[in-house]
Design a binder for this molecule. Structure first.
Ligand SMILES: [Cu+2]
Length: 343
């Protein structure tokens, strides 16, 4: 039985009114009553509310303690020092925490977070730097940090690879490796059951800049994610950077003609493919960001879970331009935003 069939039996409630409806989009969501019995251990058992009034408007960043608009441009370069060889050393402290977040107006989700936010901090280094990430498990389940990149097995954060592969609540482990290769990567928990540990919110982007960097640009991080708010193994809310419709309610402002660089990471769980489509424009696509030469000039790309790419675009015309998953269902359930281009 496929997802669509399975979801047909679920109550469909019109949700997400306000700006989206004003724009002429027919936005509906598949929402059901909370199902505490199906909630995984450690969750607070909160499902979603179907209270229409409660879902109007926008999510207040103060409620979550993080703002999707701030996450777009929040690059964490760590605490910087130099080792005896003169090499740049970057150090971070990441804490896993259970935390309830609001993923759409009135829709709460019992998340597992890195440093209290979903996605976790965007870690940024330059190729060749030594990265040292001290991970403390302040949650209620066994977690890890598994980084994409090139590193020794004992730093892989997967069960069976040593103490870093199984960090119990109250314990810690420091992952140390050289930043390589340059490109756009990601990190996520690799405890089992894996799908649950990712879906609950334990992931983030990791940017390794090439030596010398990339051309100056307005840089934006977008982590494509979704939330299974009723624990039925399918998602009800889709987004980039967690909060459905955040960039639709409040468009991302960019300047006419400026180079805009989007770091796009797909961590979507439970659906096989995600996509990105831009209206009224084309972008250059650098898959995984591991080359400085784009492979494609297009307006749409697709990515499976774990795939990521850098998109570079300039807007030659002022106005509002939509971007969204070119999977209409995902867009209608929150994965849609706007660029507001002005001179
Ligand atoms: Cu985990």
């Amino acid at each position: 039985m496929g997802d669509e069939t399975r979801r047909d039996g679920i109550t469909r409630a019109t949700l997400f009114g306000s700006a989206a409806a004003a724009a002429g989009l027919a936005l509906t969501a598949k929402m059901v009553e909370p199902a505490p019995a199906a909630a995984p251990p450690g969750s607070s058992g909160h499902g979603v509310t179907t209270d229409h009034a409660a879902t109007a408007g926008a999510v207040d960043p103060a409620v979550n303690g993080f703002d999707p608009h701030a996450i777009l441009e929040d690059f964490d370069r760590g605490t910087v020092s130099r080792d005896a060889r003169g090499r740049t050393v970057r150090e971070w402290t990441i804490v896993a925490q259970d935390r309830e977040i609001e993923v759409a107006p009135g829709v709460r989700y019992a998340a597992w977070t890195y440093n209290g936010r979903v996605p976790g901090p965007t870690l940024r280094a330059t190729a060749g730097d030594l990265m040292r990430i001290r991970f403390l498990n302040g949650g209620t389940h066994v977690h890890t940090m598994h980084f994409h990149g090139i590193h020794p097995a004992e730093m892989d954060g997967v069960p069976g690879t040593g103490p870093g592969g199984l960090v119990h609540p109250g314990e810690e482990f420091t992952y140390t490796f050289t930043a390589e290769p340059f490109g756009l990567h990601l990190y996520h928990c690799h405890s089992f059951p894996l799908a649950m540990h990712i879906a609950k919110g334990l992931y983030g982007a990791m940017i390794i800049d090439p030596p010398g960097g990339r051309p100056p640009a307005r840089e934006l991080v977008m982590v494509q994610n979704a939330f299974d708010t009723n624990f039925d193994g399918a998602n009800e809310v889709y987004a980039v950077n967690t909060v459905a419709f955040a960039y639709f309610e409040k468009p991302i402002r960019v300047r006419l003609g400026e180079l805009v660089r989007i770091y796009l990471v797909n961590v979507l769980e439970y659906d096989p493919v995600n996509s990105f489509h831009l209206h009224g424009n084309f972008f250059h696509h650098f898959p995984t960001g591991t080359s400085l030469t784009p492979v494609e000039y297009t307006d749409t790309i697709s990515q499976v879970q774990g795939q990521r790419g850098i998109l570079e675009v300039r807007f030659p015309h002022a106005g509002r331009y939509m971007f969204h998953a070119h999977k209409s269902e995902f867009a209608e359930l929150g994965w849609v935003g706007l660029f507001e281009v002005s001179g």
